[in-house]
Design a protein. Structure first.
Length: 634
């Protein structure tokens, strides 16, 4: 959330060389500069008639009345107020319907406003028919005693039931999904027993995924800055006659992030130092990073000494180099973004930050951005994951295109201008985001929630429109273009909001991705996708052997001369957790061919042929027959 002025944008060539020079890798980068992506498989040029991108606001009739509140009424102008809250989609009771968890935020209390208190979080059970019921108390989630921000969902103990992590200021909390005494399911807090009450005190986004190949998910927790009530300076306004506003993140030092190894017994160990994350180390700590090259180690030492630990706001796990192991991409606020490539052998956590080398740490002018949300997806049919990032005012939202098979260290190209994202302008402050096929044409589109972080911004509004960008598909060998279809999106998309978390998921199991969006001091919004009717689709849910974690898997569906690719991810968006099922929109196709899953760690491939359409299928590792999961909500 940078508060610097306009930044000139240069062409890619000069930008790549600037970034390379800063990293000391000019010779390598000048070679990589002229790499071109291998063209995706030839696709038919026929395109269906344009379809509207329409979402119906179902909030009023859903029964959900909830508002994330940030405590700004205390007029402390605290940067704590700016982060906002997240949304989690979690089928906690196993009935086949996604339930909704929302974080509550907090406020400042006491005569001197010297205490930070919690607003309650809420869990709403999906009853079907777009009706939800508050089950917070019966689910055991009434006592979350800290200023909450985000959430992350995973089955950390491999019992087949999704568990819940809540992040925020002061601490985080882990809730284990267990049987309720009265029947059904509920949560019990196990943070202390799990070893997750540590020195890290301002957690924002988090992600789960098996990083060492043993089937048990590790946990990455983003940390923000060293703000506190005692460290809350008076910063001047950003326009004339405004005496005070919220301080920029550059006013504060970064807090180092944390990586926790899953010990497979319900406990976790902080392995941030030995795994190669940016953090405070001794000389002996650096010596133990023997798997890094000398250049990589020197770069790590330099960044650590500059305390560039990353003011983390977003994180996604995805396999970016096709080696079957999830990698970690982290968006930081005014500092370099990290791309931690998974370099460890099975059973060992070892990472190398290649963000600058891979071209995804900075913008085309060689500068870091105020980056918030992120996602990964194959937007252009290449078979590789490109990276999407939402940024601050006067900066472009970024799309980093994966340039193809470049060996163990992938290379990306900043292409926001050429694909149409730059056409949005630079007045937005972007947060939650995601790739989604909103009209089931087989091409992944983009949604972005926007909203400012300061009280009195110059050249922009505090409340801003969300954005829908429709993927027009690839014509021949040309790259795709995104078109702004926000005006078609329905009443919600015609109004301004102070948007934050975005969760994408099929709440009614009709094969179209719906949206749940959180805001600052405004009720959350439930948006039903009514963009298209009649197009076929195929839904897939991956199940690991003995409930092993599947983050890092790659799914490819062959349909009508095309190859549609989806990736099993951890984290993504901003402070939120989306539907982990995968939906393939089929456009005008009426049948599909082969579906291939490459399972993580083992690299084992499984195929299924001619799966019936318009329903979800569970595909389990090692099982030949798919499992039908017919559960649709009208």
């Amino acid at each position: 959330m940078t508060t610097t002025g306009n930044k000139s944008v240069k062409w890619l060539a000069s930008a790549f060389l600037v970034s390379a020079a800063l990293a000391g890798v000019g010779a390598w980068a000048s070679r990589a500069l002229w790499m071109v992506a291998p063209p995706p498989s030839e696709l038919p040029e026929e395109r269906p008639v344009a379809v509207r991108a329409y979402f119906r606001d179902m909030t009023e009739e859903s029964g959900i009345r909830f508002c994330y509140r940030n405590g700004q009424e205390a007029d402390l102008y605290a940067i704590l107020e700016s982060l906002g809250g997240g949304v989690g989609l979690i089928d906690y009771d196993g009935d086949g319907l996604l339930d909704i968890f929302v974080t509550g935020g907090g406020y400042f209390d006491g005569e001197a406003k010297n205490r930070i208190e919690a607003h309650p979080c809420k869990l709403y059970r999906n009853l079907g028919g777009w009706k939800f019921r508050d089950v917070t108390e019966e689910a055991g989630l009434t006592n979350i005693p800290f200023y909450s921000h985000g959430c992350a969902v995973a089955d950390y103990d491999r019992d087949g039931k999704p568990d819940l992590l809540v992040t925020g200021y002061g601490r985080l909390a882990l809730f284990h999904n267990v049987p309720a005494t009265s029947g059904g399911r509920c949560f019990t807090e196990v943070t202390h027993a799990a070893g997750l009450l540590g020195k890290h005190f301002w957690s924002s986004s988090a992600a789960w995924g098996d990083l060492d190949g043993d089937g048990w998910p590790e946990l990455y927790v983003c940390q923000y800055v060293d703000w506190s009530l005692k460290n809350n300076p008076n910063c001047g306004g950003y326009q004339a006659k405004i005496e005070r506003d919220i301080c920029p993140p550059k006013q504060f030092e970064a807090r180092s992030h944390a990586l926790y190894r899953n010990n497979r017994d319900g406990t976790f160990t902080d392995v941030s130092k030995q795994a190669g994350l940016h953090t405070e180390r001794t000389e002996r700590d650096y010596e133990q990073l023997d798997y890094l090259s000398q250049h990589a180690k020197e770069q790590l030492v330099e960044m650590d000494r500059e305390r560039d630990f990353g003011k983390g706001l977003g994180v996604v796990f995805v396999d970016v180099n096709g080696d079957g192991r999830p990698d970690i991409y982290v968006t930081n606020d005014t500092t370099d973004k990290f791309l931690y490539l998974n370099r460890g052998p099975k059973g060992r956590l070892q990472f190398e930050d290649t963000g600058v080398l891979s071209g995804v740490a900075r913008d085309p002018s060689g500068l870091p951005n105020g980056s918030m949300g992120t996602d990964a997806g194959d937007y252009n049919g290449s078979g590789y994951p490109s990276l999407l990032v939402t940024n601050y005012q006067n900066e472009m939202h970024a799309l980093y295109r994966h340039l193809g098979d470049s060996g163990p260290t992938p290379v990306f190209q900043f292409i926001s201008q050429s694909v149409g994202l730059a056409g949005l302008g630079r007045q937005y402050v972007g947060f939650g985001t995601g790739f989604l096929d909103l009209d089931n044409d087989g091409w992944e589109d983009i949604v972005i929630a926007n909203g400012h972080v300061i009280r009195y911004p110059a050249g922009a509004q505090v409340r801003q429109r969300p954005v829908l960008m429709r993927n027009a598909g690839r014509q021949g060998k040309k790259d795709v273009r995104f078109h702004d279809v926000t005006a078609e999106g329905g009443p919600y998309f015609q109004t301004e909001h102070q948007g934050r978390g975005v969760a994408v998921g099929d709440l009614d199991n009709d094969g179209l991705p719906d949206l749940v969006i959180s805001h600052v001091n405004e009720p959350i919004a439930l948006l039903r996708n009514e963009s298209v009717a009649g197009r076929h689709w195929l839904g897939v849910e991956l199940v690991g052997e003995q409930h092993a974690d599947v983050v890092g898997a790659k799914i490819t569906l062959e349909v009508k001369g095309r190859r549609l690719t989806r990736f099993a991810k951890g984290g993504a968006s901003y402070l939120s957790s989306s539907d982990r099922r995968h939906v393939f929109g089929l456009g005008e196709a009426t049948k599909v061919g082969r579906l291939t899953v490459v399972w993580p760690s083992s690299g084992h491939e499984q195929t299924w042929n001619d799966l019936p359409l318009d329903q979800y299928w569970q595909l389990a590792a090692g099982e030949k027959e798919p499992r039908s999961t017919k559960k649709k909500v009208d």
